[in-house]
Write a protein that binds this ligand. Structure first.
Ligand code: SF4
Length: 346
């Protein structure tokens, strides 16, 4: 059986080549690209400037991956969480974050995830499948349509480990960055990883300009291996070496995410250890309290402990930001995304 091409995941150049292959003028490719990537159109019938015959052929040989909006939760601070249903009935979530001067979308890269980080609800789902490039880009289109606003920044911090679906993630970055499409350049895209060292080195080799964010969460191999199990395969020394390699090529400081969990990774001596680990490293550290996940026994650290932890890092000369947890009441905050409940398994 012939496999249909998913059109939202195809670049303008590839679309033009496809048109030429079909005996159509190349500019038809640019027209289709414009409908899909600028007008976020996913219905061929609405593409008025395409000839009927071409639309019939497109319907026969291609498809545009649907992302049906099943639910839209709105949090007190304007954060929105979308539950999107894919063509095979699987579900993903993305999170829209409104800032005074721009909007950010947190996108998913996989249905579920196989990495089982201890504080993460997605990890509990297990891995189901990788998203197609068009399903990643489609999350930006859907959010933009439903909110009526443009998305300026994209962060790969939703469901899934983006570097485990590297090819599709890279393609989606290429598509989102097209100046004649959404025009979201690499410098406005953050890729967050639990620490897949070979893939970080691949990103460096590609000379990507995206921000690289590392889910660190522990200052020692012992503790990190418990919280982020991939650390057993790629311990801190190797991880930091790959991060330095990425910095050397991209010139972009590495962002380290550290979620403070009550009584686990929030002690003063652990802050000192983290300070020692990242001193003189081209890093920025984002501290946030861990978010509760349903069925889990994770508790975020209290205000006092957070302040003390941040103070120690600052005293060590590290650039630190205290991140506010957004959308916790709608389970849209870091580590809380999961569709188990919606699928009746939770
Ligand atoms: S934190 Fe990221 S890599 Fe870890 S289980 Fe969750 S989605 Fe997967």
């Amino acid at each position: 059986m012939e496999v249909k091409t998913e059109l939202r995941g195809v670049t303008k150049k590839e679309l033009s080549s496809l048109m030429v292959k079909w005996g159509e003028p190349a500019y038809r490719g640019a027209q289709i690209f414009n409908w899909i990537q600028v007008h976020c159109e996913d219905d061929l019938a609405e593409m008025h400037n395409l000839p009927k015959k071409l639309k019939e052929k497109l319907a026969q040989k291609t498809f545009i991956a649907p992302l049906q909006m099943n639910k839209d939760w709105i949090g007190e601070d304007g954060t929105r969480k979308f539950l999107l249903e894919l063509f095979d009935g699987k579900k993903i979530e993305s999170v829209f974050l409104k800032h005074p001067d721009h909007n950010t979308l947190c996108v998913s890269s996989q249905v579920g995830c196989s990495y089982k980080c201890k504080f993460c609800a997605t990890g509990e789902m297990g891995f189901e499948r990788n998203l197609l490039p068009g399903e990643i880009v489609g999350q930006v289109h859907s959010a933009s349509k439903i909110t009526g606003s443009s998305i300026r920044n994209v962060v790969f911090m939703g469901m899934g480990e983006p570097l485990d679906n590297l090819e599709a993630v890279l393609k989606s970055i290429e598509l989102l960055g097209d100046p004649q499409g959404q025009n979201i350049g690499q410098r406005r895209i953050t890729i967050s990883t639990c620490g897949l060292v070979p893939e970080i080195n691949k990103l460096a080799a590609l000379e990507l300009q995206c921000v690289l964010a590392i889910s660190l969460h522990a200052p020692s191999d012992d503790l990190r291996s418990k919280l982020v199990p991939i650390n057993r395969r790629y311990p801190l020394e190797e991880l930091l070496k790959a991060c330095r390699n990425y910095f050397t090529v991209s010139g972009r400081r590495i962002s380290f995410e550290y979620a403070l969990i009550e009584g686990v990774n929030d002690r003063p001596e652990q802050a000192q250890q983290l300070g020692a680990l990242l001193r003189r490293f081209p890093a920025h550290i984002n501290i946030l309290p861990a978010n509760p996940i349903s069925g889990g026994n994770i508790k975020g650290s209290g205000e006092e402990k957070i302040k003390r932890f941040v103070g120690i890092l600052e005293a060590n000369g590290l650039p630190v930001s205290l991140r506010k947890s957004r959308g916790q009441e709608i389970e849209a905050a870091c580590g809380q995304l999961s569709t188990l409940e919606e699928e009746g398994q939770g």
